[in-house]
Design a protein around this ligand. Structure first.
Ligand SMILES: [Ca+2]
Ligand SMILES: [Ca+2]
Ligand SMILES: [Ca+2]
Ligand SMILES: [Ca+2]
Length: 193
């Protein structure tokens, strides 16, 4: 048995299926797989009957192993699984890992430079990792322009590069863009096309 997916998940894990094969360790007869057992967080060993749900936020220890028909025990394996509670810190309806501005309400998730950080919290136009005077100068030079021409500088999504965007940039000044995707959790799996 192995767990192929990421070891950190928001909301929980559901373990659906176990493929149990008996490879026939040296000196053993290949008798076939009899059963798989598991225990969670040091609890009692019990038969593995999928699906197993693990939803309590925190770090969990899952031990598991199989026994073949001849009674040979597999060496017990361990997976550490971290469950992160779903959160919507900015109240825009998108939960943590699915929100490209985790601390600013941006239900449309607009991300015109496609760097996985929504425009609403991404005034780092030159992609150097910080909102600085270069970014401020760029925005200033494009004030009054249409978002159709300069979409990245339209931070608030109102269709023009204007005062609202300047206000957002000021609030983000000298900081990295974001935070995005459920930070401050360390392990984040994200998919951005
Ligand atoms: Ca947001
Ligand atoms: Ca962006
Ligand atoms: Ca910058
Ligand atoms: Ca704007």
């Amino acid at each position: 048995m192995s767990i192929a997916d990421s070891n950190t998940a928001m909301g929980g894990f559901t373990i659906h299926q176990v493929a149990c094969v008996d490879p026939g360790v040296a000196g053993q007869i290949v008798s076939g797989c009899a059963r798989t057992e598991y225990r969670l967080d040091g609890g009692p060993l019990q038969p593995f009957v999928p699906p197993i749900s693990i939803t309590t936020p925190g770090i969990h220890t899952l031990d598991f192993g199989s026994v073949d028909v001849a009674g040979n025990d597999e060496v017990v394996k361990t997976e550490i699984l971290t469950v992160v509670a779903p959160s919507d810190l900015d109240g825009d309806g998108l939960l943590g890992f699915g929100d490209n501005c985790d601390r600013a309400a941006n239900p449309d998730q607009r991300d015109t430079d496609r760097d996985c950080i929504g425009n609403r919290c991404d005034a780092d136009f030159n992609q150097n990792g910080v909102v600085d005077s270069s970014d401020a100068s760029l925005l200033k030079a494009r004030l009054g322009q249409s978002a159709a021409s300069f979409p990245d500088q339209d931070l608030d999504g109102d269709g023009t590069v204007g005062v609202g965007d300047t206000t957002i940039l000021r609030a983000l000044f000298r900081q990295p863009p974001g935070p995005s995707w459920g930070l401050p959790y360390d392990v984040v799996i994200q998919w951005c096309e």
